[in-house]
Design a protein around this ligand. Structure first.
Ligand code: UDP
Length: 323
């Protein structure tokens, strides 16, 4: 297949492109490089620097590639920033993405896979969370992702666009050559690793008074290469709709801190501070629908494998992509 990937210079996008190329597919990356890195684009991929705000740019890129499928990762991802600057998120993740939707329909792209999020569920009442859980986002980031899912569903009903929205839980780990290097960094595993590397003084745990066995929040960490596998399966499937992607296992913040200590062999300071507003105590996926419908079979299903791959990538790339 020839797969057109928006946001292929970002964390999940770059790992997914490497996976697709390893599987023998052709890849075209379309990325504005606002938060992604040129070095994160696999040299085997075609690269087009462009912004989704520019309809002519995305339309001509898709026309030229004439892809068999499209994966849409390009988006802003900072939940906290979405609370202070909501319009930035609605403008980019919804309004600009309309251009992509229109160009996909105009150019008859056979299938669009959308990078969605567990944040569409907000504060869910049932754990594990299935796709039947009501969607009720508690921040503009999650709301914008849900809005775009709904737009895709209308484009499907009215214009025949085939799509699949994949709602990831906590993406983590690294592929052979690409890893997590956000700017600024706000995600737990890379932050703990920065503390282990001595790049930050300490790691702060946001609250240890939750109703969980050790008092810290529980999340479902899913390996980025398992996510990549699901994207390829979704492109190849006739299924239209939304699916959860998680490992199905929950790990507390303290367990993750301990795992980084074990894997890295480093000592670092940990401080417990107040809760971060808007953090649910537990988020664990029920991904049985993705397994049943797509035939998804996660391979990296232990926290140790996830943390080990992230640590190996950092050891090989001590300066991330900045070097
Ligand atoms: N977390 C933390 N300290 C940090 C960053 C995150 O204790 O410096 C916690 C956060 O409260 C959440 C978990 O780690 O319970 C995962 O947070 P992250 O931001 O990586 O992903 P999220 O679950 O918010 O999507």
């Amino acid at each position: 297949m020839h797969v057109f990937v928006t946001g292929g210079a970002g964390y999940i996008g770059s790992c997914c492109c490497e996976y697709l190329l390893d599987q023998g597919h052709q890849v075209t990356v379309f990325d504005a490089l606002l938060t992604g890195y040129r070095q994160a684009v696999d040299p085997r991929a075609n690269f087009i620097e462009g912004n989704l705000a520019d309809y002519a740019a995305i339309d001509s890129a898709i026309k030229k590639a004439s892809p068999d499928g499209l994966i849409h990762f390009a988006a802003f991802i900072e939940v906290g920033e979405s609370m202070s600057d909501p319009l930035k998120y609605f403008r980019n993740n919804v309004a600009n993405a309309l251009n992509l939707c229109q160009a996909a329909v105009e150019n008859q792209v056979p299938k669009l896979v959308f990078s969605s999020t567990a944040a569409v569920y907000g504060m869910p009442s049932n754990i594990p969370i299935s796709e039947d859980e009501p969607t009720d986002p508690i921040n503009p980031y999650g709301e914008a992702k849900l809005m775009f899912e709904k737009i895709l569903s209308w484009q499907h009903r009215l214009k025949g666009l085939h799509y699949c929205a994949l709602r990831y839980f906590n993406a983590a780990g690294a592929s052979r050559n690409y890893g997590e290097a956000h700017r600024p960094e706000s995600h737990l595993i890379p932050l703990i690793m920065e503390a282990a590397e001595g790049k930050r003084k300490l790691i702060r745990i946001f609250g240890d008074d939750y109703d969980t066995p050790d008092g810290t929040c529980i999340r479902d960490y899913v390996h980025v290469l398992d996510l990549a596998q699901a994207h390829l399966l979704a492109l190849q499937s006739d299924f239209c709709g939304s699916l959860n992607l998680g490992s199905g296992f929950g790990h507390s913040v303290k367990e993750v801190v301990e795992m980084v200590r074990r894997v890295s062999g480093k000592r670092f300071t940990v401080e417990v501070v107040a809760r971060r507003p808007g953090d649910p105590a537990r988020l664990i996926a029920d991904s049985s629908a993705a397994k049943r419908i797509l035939g998804w079979q996660p391979v990296y299903d232990s926290l140790e494998q996830i943390v080990q791959s992230a640590w190996d990538w950092r050891c090989k790339n001590p300066d991330g992509y900045s070097s």
